[in-house]
Design a protein around this ligand. Structure first.
Ligand code: ADP
Length: 270
């Protein structure tokens, strides 16, 4: 099979840019940044078509952040139809393992091969159509999922369509783990668009004044040191937490699609 003849290549060849969002640690706001990035691109005057793929298999949070976590995913003869966060406008497509769980809070306990198969299926079987940007939210760190992702996306790398964004918080521990992420991107020749420092100070809900709760400037300094573009600092914003963590969700425990039905379709050897 030539590199341009893989199911993933055929499915994603009409995606102009693929941006992989990475962080060294969990809880630094990677999914929040991925969601905000998708929404910001969506709001551009050119009305681009955006996809957001959540491959954080054990902690999928993008559907909840977009307020679409109880939507079922439909399977058509041509693959999975993603959930459109903007309804009939159909310009903001989302796919996540979260849509396949019976209940919010259910966990996915899979070994590496099954995770790899799920990621391959997300990349090759979802009907993304023509997209301007596909944002991929990954698990924290650099694990099996990241290696699978890069392996399947490798044929597209030759078209210079792949890039990444690193998300960190200002604390030294987070910055240290970000260096490991950076090292991963260099090992797999994944270009880095830049670094975002999230939770950089606290924005007062009354006056907007920023108070630095943790150390500050670490992201900027690291970006300078490593020759990365510093894309900006996002303060802790209580309104953002409310917006991302809430939403008009159906009642807890309401059954949607059964993940086992899908995972049975995966051709894998565990
Ligand atoms: P990660 O994907 O790195 O594990 P999340 O994006 O899930 O992290 O964020 C973890 C929690 O922190 C979520 O509840 C989210 O709403 C909150 N959060 C993220 N960024 C901010 C921010 N800038 N201000 C306030 N809360 C934030």
């Amino acid at each position: 099979m030539s590199s341009s003849d893989t199911p993933v290549f055929r499915r994603l060849q009409n995606v102009k840019h693929i941006i992989i969002v990475l962080s060294g640690k969990g809880g630094v706001g990677k999914s929040s940044v991925a969601t905000q990035l998708a929404l910001s691109l969506y709001s551009l005057p050119s009305s681009p078509r955006i996809g957001i793929l959540d491959i954080d298999l054990t902690g999928p949070s993008i559907p909840r952040m977009l307020g679409i976590d109880k939507h079922p995913v439909h399977q058509s003869s041509d693959g999975w139809v993603p959930v459109f966060a903007d309804g009939s406008s159909a310009r903001l497509a989302c796919m996540s393992v979260g849509f396949l769980l019976k209940r919010r809070g259910d966990s996915v306990v899979w070994r590496g091969p099954k995770k790899n198969a799920m990621i391959r299926q997300f990349l090759s079987d979802v009907r993304w159509g023509e997209l301007d940007h596909l944002i991929i939210d990954t698990p924290p760190g650099t694990s099996d999922e990241h290696l699978s992702l890069m392996e399947h996306l490798a044929p597209l790398q030759t078209l210079s369509r792949l890039s990444s964004i690193l998300v960190t918080t200002p604390q030294v521990v987070a910055l240290t783990d970000t260096i490991k992420c950076l090292s991963f991107t260099r090992t797999v020749s994944l270009p880095v668009l830049g670094l975002i420092e999230n939770m950089s100070g606290y924005a007062c809900p009354c006056c907007g004044e920023i108070t630095n709760l943790f150390s500050t400037g670490g992201g900027d300094a690291m970006a300078n040191r490593e020759g990365l573009l510093f894309l900006g600092a996002l303060p802790i914003d209580t309104q953002l937490v409310d917006l991302l963590d809430s939403g008009g969700h159906p009642p807890e425990g309401e059954s949607v699609t059964n993940i086992d039905a899908y995972s049975n379709d995966l051709h894998i050897n565990e």
